[in-house]
Design a protein around this ligand. Structure first.
Ligand code: FAD
Ligand code: MLT
Ligand code: ZN
Length: 502
């Protein structure tokens, strides 16, 4: 997930001006151009949703949003911006969690939301070709009648776009079963910064003809070009899906539980997700999913959500029931209790407890989000260490940090460490960084497991990448985008974004 512009921003980049708007008006109809500049003069409120990120943490001050409908229009816009040295921020559903999808200053925002058609679907191979601006949930609904599912699923599915998913190499809830987008994406159509259209929209499963260039755009977060089309392999829908939430007396049990669950469920295991007690309490407090009874949660330090996906309901249910029985009846039980969903509504409701943590955290306060890869055995240690560190700095109280919590994708070794504060304060920020990055680095972990680098982590890339890798990233960036117009300032320049005062 490379992120290094060679150009220092902003000196070499220009703001959008009247002559640019006049040119864009030749490419797009008036309804596809928003600008606070005359002669368009949209109200700043109309641009607010594009300038602010999902968390309300990062804010840009773009004057202009363009919403092309075709690849050709994207190409013409980029060609112009490249010639005029105007910075461009590609924006999908704007659900990114690292400040990559909003401008740092007044870069032009190119929204993909009007590029939203399914191009083709082959029900035999399961290969779907779609415009990058298609919303993930819409694609899920599109393939469902053909008995297929998308290989990726995440809490933001109702807003995020497939192009944004690919640009961030989003992981999500199905990675354990279907692998990463580096495997399931078969082809891409990308508009390069100079307007050239790179057509690698192949539907081939196998193609060993030289470098696999499309892989560079998967996880490049809009720094190398704009993805306009995606060809992706969709798996057949499982005939039966079940889930169960397990309450554990101690975090120490998570690892042995994971081993047991993998062994007993083997090929039908499709998710193994973790939430600690604070995450559970916040999810329930903010109305996410079905609360368990007091008896069910008594003495629970954390919870694990297990999902199975298979092709024979009775077989899967039998396996799951046997697993639960073994777990509960063992001499030294790994779990206190397990709550099995009995119908589709309960199935969704159990998932909501896990998927809803992100939203719950945002309702509770201002989240500082750290999406890290560390050894599974140290998940709890990292959360506890961070809490103690904040306490030692006198920052753990109602007016500063309210909660430190952990949840995530155990099966992928990915912990979401969240610190929820009353407001965004530099004191908290300085206490957290570089502290957390140093902890991650001490485990040889990753400072970004799945959310990307965005604006938030550009200065911290060296904690996870060596100098040789970073130098190569810079060279690659320079090959694709020598003028540094693509998603500028998402690099290691010491420029801080505007952070909301409250
Ligand atoms: P945006 O937020 O609009 O953009 C993200 C980045 O991609 C930006 O740098 C942007 O410039 C670039 N970009 C967007 N579209 C394009 C394009 N067409 N071409 C080139 N660059 C582009 N992430 C996970 O990995 N796993 C999760 O489980 C997960 N769960 C989430 C749950 C919630 C509730 C929320 C709010 C977010 C979650 N995320 C998760 C983060 C986020 O949803 C993903 O990163 C998502 O893939 C972003 O898609 P988007 O369309 O919203 O992209
Ligand atoms: C998740 O797994 O819920 C997402 O990555 C979002 C988050 O980290 O909050
Ligand atoms: Zn996640």
């Amino acid at each position: 997930q490379a992120r290094f512009a060679t150009a220092a921003f902003p000196p070499r980049l220009n703001s959008v001006a009247a002559q640019d708007l006049a040119h864009f008006a030749k490419i797009l109809p008036p309804s596809s151009i928003l600008s606070t500049l005359p002669p368009i003069s949209s109200s700043p409120d109309e641009l607010d949703q594009f300038n602010n990120d999902w968390m309300g943490r990062f804010r840009g001050s773009s004057t202009t949003v363009l919403k092309p409908k075709t690849t050709q229009q994207v190409s013409e816009i980029l060609k112009w911006c490249n010639e005029r040295r105007i910075g461009v921020v590609p924006q999908g559903g704007n659900t990114g969690l690292v400040g990559g999808s909003v401008p740092v200053k007044d870069e032009l925002i190119l929204s993909l939301s009007n590029l939203n058609k399914v191009r083709e679907f082959d029900p035999v191979s399961g290969i779907l070709v779609a415009d990058a601006g298609c919303i993930l949930q819409n694609l899920t609904d599109y393939v469902a009648p053909h008995n297929h599912i998308m290989p990726i699923d995440l809490g933001a599915k109702g807003s995020c776009q497939i192009g944004g998913n690919v640009a961030t190499n989003a992981g999500g809830l199905r990675l354990l079963r279907y692998g990463s987008l580096h495997g399931t994406v078969l082809g891409l159509e990308v508009v390069l910064p100079d307007g050239t259209v790179l057509d690698q929209l192949t539907t081939l499963r196998k193609d060993n003809t030289g470098y696999d260039i499309k892989q560079l755009f998967i996880g490049a977060e809009g720094t190398l070009g704009i993805i306009t089309g995606v060809s992706i392999l969709t798996p057949p829908a499982p005939q039966a899906s079940n889930n169960v939430i397990l309450a554990l007396p101690s975090f120490q049990n998570v690892l042995p539980l994971y081993q047991t669950v993998k062994r007993e469920l083997s090929e039908i295991l499709s998710a193994f997700e973790f939430i600690d007690r604070t995450s559970y309490d916040l999810a329930v407090k903010h109305g996410q999913g079905r609360a368990l009874s007091d008896e069910e949660i008594e003495g629970a330090e954390c919870f694990v959500l297990v999902e199975t996906s298979g092709c024979k309901r009775e077989h899967d249910e039998e396996k799951l029931a046997a697993l639960l029985e073994n777990l509960l009846e063992s001499d030294n039980p790994l779990i206190n209790t397990g709550v099995l969903s009995q119908n589709p509504a309960q199935f969704s409701s159990l998932w909501a407890l896990r998927e809803g943590v992100t939203e719950a955290v945002s309702k509770e306060g201002k989240p500082y989000k750290y999406d890290i890869s560390v050894p599974l055995s140290s998940f709890k240690e990292v959360v506890d260490k961070t809490r103690e560190h904040l306490r030692s700095k006198g920052l753990l109280h109602e007016k500063a940090v309210k909660h430190v919590l952990g949840y995530g994708h155990v099966g992928d070794g990915n912990l979401h460490l969240n610190i929820v504060a009353d407001s965004y304060l530099s004191e908290i920020q300085n206490a957290l960084e570089p502290y957390i990055y140093e902890v991650v680095s001490s485990y040889r972990g990753s400072i970004s497991a799945e959310h990307g680098i965005g604006y938030q982590k550009t200065h911290a890339l060296h904690y996870s990448k060596d100098a040789v890798s970073i130098a190569l990233m810079k060279k690659i960036k320079n090959v694709f985008d020598p003028n540094g117009i693509m998603n500028p300032c998402k690099d290691n320049q010491p420029i801080r974004m505007h952070i909301h005062p409250s």
